[in-house]
Ligand binder design. Structure first.
Ligand code: ZN
Length: 65
């Protein structure tokens, strides 16, 4: 499978985001810096794409909103 690099974390700015498998057919990006978890995707690729879209759409967001 092709590896895709996720954008930096919109919460803490960490570039250490990694893709964590939550189910055999699902993926979700989790930030190793602050523990933020991105939108789950049907595939690892979709999870990364969803994370990257969120970063571009909402580069800064207060926790709890
Ligand atoms: Zn983070």
């Amino acid at each position: 499978m092709q590896d895709i690099e996720a954008c930096h974390c919109p919460f803490c700015g960490s570039t250490q985001n990694h893709l964590a498998e939550i189910e055999p057919s699902h993926g979700i990006v989790e930030c190793e810096g602050c523990g933020a978890i991105g939108p789950a995707g049907a595939t690892r690729t979709a999870a990364v794409a969803a994370w990257n879209r969120r970063v571009r759409a909402r580069p800064y967001q207060l926790v709890g909103e």
